[in-house]
Design a protein around this ligand. Structure first.
Ligand SMILES: [Zn+2]
Ligand SMILES: [Zn+2]
Length: 618
């Protein structure tokens, strides 16, 4: 299964907006703008206009600066300035005030076309713009400029809002150094980031969300909760899971596995490396060669790769013996590790890693069985998403019709499967939106986009109906009529990558995992050393019920013990002192500080067991 892990971050719909703004040459941008909904395009124009207001304000405040370039981005906008004077975030109020003045003046933003010669004259003192102009000239195109009243004029292909007054809500966010063309041989420029929204409320919501997201950042919480670590000796993008993190991985995978095994899925296990021929046959070699790790043998010239996905290997399990229609469907699952050679600069916590796994499954079936199998996969996905409390919608990821060369197989079959997938979603009453250009090279996809508790979107599950890999690997079965036929291959993942899912869970729950997932479910806190034996008796009772429990036997005040247990985000604290010991009770406290009062240990055990069994989100 391909295509679930490489999508990162929030705003999946607008994530493609980052581009190189090279005036009129932004052909790629034109294509992307075309793909956007009206609303997305409007937001883009609004942010791009806010960016022009920023550079105009900067120019007014710092007349000596040179404007380099700046685009709208998925989260707002930025602009790079060449400026000999140091500016910091403390200058933002002053800059924002000047921006506000330009907005209040409601200056018209107007496009004009000029000749490259005239553009060279206007921008003769700005080497950055001259570079753009030369590029445009090479293409023999006219130069588009945008004027902001009489205050500014810049190379730009738009689009923009009609006047500055349309920008109702904006904020400057941060400042960073950036090299021209990203090349450190060039001069370091000042990059100012900002954002803009149609309304103040949306801006406020966004600012609150980013503040909350920072607090929940899985890299920060992962360290505080001791879930995973990275080592320079092991390598970047290669996470090491600590006992608690490894436990979480096992629980998450185990849950998927328990549901799958009830549905007739069988787990297989495949090697970490495979010969290049395997990937050449599947087509992955052509598409992914540059993101695969090469493995070198000391004893042969054979070319090997670390496996980036499981699909080709599973075809070889299928092909290992003759298959009859009676054997189908065959459903193979695999949690094996996968490796992709990501660019070091793009590695980030668990969001973008070089080693990960997938809750991957390949179903080999007859064409008649496809509907039933896909329905089952969708139902399973629904069941699992409910456990984590994710809201979600589906994206029907189809081909990019302008780039047929990206796909294997014939267009007619593609069209048939795309329509089929849509029908399946309608039949299952699944709300979906279209994702042209989001298919993998071998199949369209039904991709689940989940929304976390902060409203951010993540692609998790995927179901793909694939006619082409069975063709490439010449897979067959003998049908009722004795004839050899090709099976269909359904690729399916539910949580996608458990590692990336762990990151999403950490941020979704802010580290306050539901009790069934919490590494230490109960911490027993004896008030004094006198109560230590009683505390240990309580812990043993809970351990016998398979509850993960620890006793805090440190010589600390109760207050310190409570604070540390809360930082560790244990599900429950049980405070035991003389009174509890005498009465055979425990004083129960939640990690939020909620005091449940004293209760018999049996009652506590019964409640927590139910909470764990039912996977209740508390
Ligand atoms: Zn696959
Ligand atoms: Zn512009």
């Amino acid at each position: 299964m391909d295509g679930t892990v490489l999508v990162e971050g929030s705003n999946t719909k607008v994530a493609f907006l980052v581009y190189n703004i090279i005036s009129n040459m932004a052909k790629e941008l034109d294509e992307k703008l075309e793909k956007m909904s009206d609303k997305e395009r409007e937001l883009w124009a609004l942010r791009h206009s806010a960016e022009h207001i920023l550079h105009t304000a900067m120019q007014n405040l710092y007349p000596k600066l040179k404007k380099a370039m700046g685009p709208a981005t998925p989260d707002g906008f930025y602009h790079d300035f060449d400026l000999d004077q140091k500016i910091t975030e403390e200058d933002f109020p002053k800059i924002e005030k000047e921006m506000k003045r330009l907005i209040d003046a409601d200056l018209p933003i107007v496009q004009e076309y000029i000749t490259p010669e005239k553009a060279r004259e206007i921008f003769k003192n700005n080497t950055y713009k001259l570079e753009w102009i030369d590029e445009i000239k090479k293409r023999d195109e006219k130069v588009s400029i945008y004027k902001l009243g009489k205050e500014d004029l810049d190379l730009c292909s738009g689009p923009h809002v009609a006047s500055t007054g349309k920008v109702k809500a904006f904020k400057l966010l941060s400042i960073a150094g950036a090299y021209w063309h990203g090349d450190e041989k060039n001069k370091m420029l000042n990059r100012i980031y900002g954002t803009a929204f149609p309304t103040q409320k949306e801006l406020d919501d966004y600012l609150n969300q980013t503040k909350e997201a920072k607090k929940r950042d899985h890299r920060k919480l992962g360290k505080e909760l001791d879930l995973f670590t990275f080592s320079n000796l092991v390598g970047a993008g290669l996470p090491l899971y600590t006992p608690k993190g490894a436990l979480l991985r096992r629980l998450v995978n185990g849950h998927v596995e328990s549901i799958q095994s009830k549905q007739g899925y069988s787990q297989v296990w495949t090697p970490q490396i495979a010969k290049a021929e395997l990937f050449k046959t599947s087509g992955h070699y052509d598409k992914y060669k540059d993101s695969m790790f090469k493995v070198i043998s000391n004893y042969s010239d054979e070319e090997f790769f670390l496996k980036p996905m499981n699909c080709p290997q599973h075809t070889q399990i299928y092909a290992s013996k003759p298959r009859s229609y009676k054997d189908l469907p065959i459903r193979l699952t695999d949690f094996a590790m996968l490796y992709r050679d990501e660019k070091p600069g793009e590695l980030s916590g668990l969001a973008r890693v070089r080693s990960f796994s997938q809750d991957d499954c390949h179903i080999f079936c007859t064409e008649e069985q496809v509907d039933n199998e896909v329905d089952k996969a969708l139902a399973m996905t629904k069941e699992i998403m409910a456990v984590y409390g994710f809201k979600y919608k589906y994206r029907l990821s189809t081909r990019d019709l302008n780039h047929p060369e990206k796909y294997i197989g014939d267009p007619k079959t593609w069209e048939r499967i795309e329509k089929w997938a849509e029908k399946i979603m309608i039949r299952n009453k699944i709300g979906h939106f279209d994702g042209p250009g989001e298919a993998t090279f071998y199949a369209p996809k039904m991709d689940l986009i989940a929304q976390d508790s902060l409203g951010r979107e993540w692609q998790l599950s995927t179901v793909q109906i694939d006619f082409f890999l069975p063709e490439r690997f010449k897979l067959t079965y003998i049908d009722k009529d004795g004839k050899e036929k090709r099976p269909v291959m359904i690729h399916r993942a539910i949580i996608g990558s458990p590692e990336r899912f762990l990151m999403i869970l950490i941020e979704h729950f802010s580290g306050n995992f539901p009790t069934w997932l919490t590494p230490v479910q109960v911490k027993v806190l004896p008030i004094t050393d006198r109560n230590l034996d009683y505390a240990k008796t309580i812990a043993s009772k809970l351990e016998r019920e398979n509850i993960r429990v620890e006793v805090d036997d440190r010589n600390e005040t109760l207050q310190a013990k409570i604070r540390d247990a809360q930082l560790e985000k244990v599900a429950y604290m049980l405070i035991v002192g003389d009174r509890e010991e005498k009465e055979g009770t425990v004083s129960k406290r939640g990690r939020s500080g909620k005091d449940y009062g004293a209760q018999p240990i049996d009652k506590f055990t019964e409640n927590i067991k139910e909470e764990i069994d039912k996977k209740i989100i508390n």
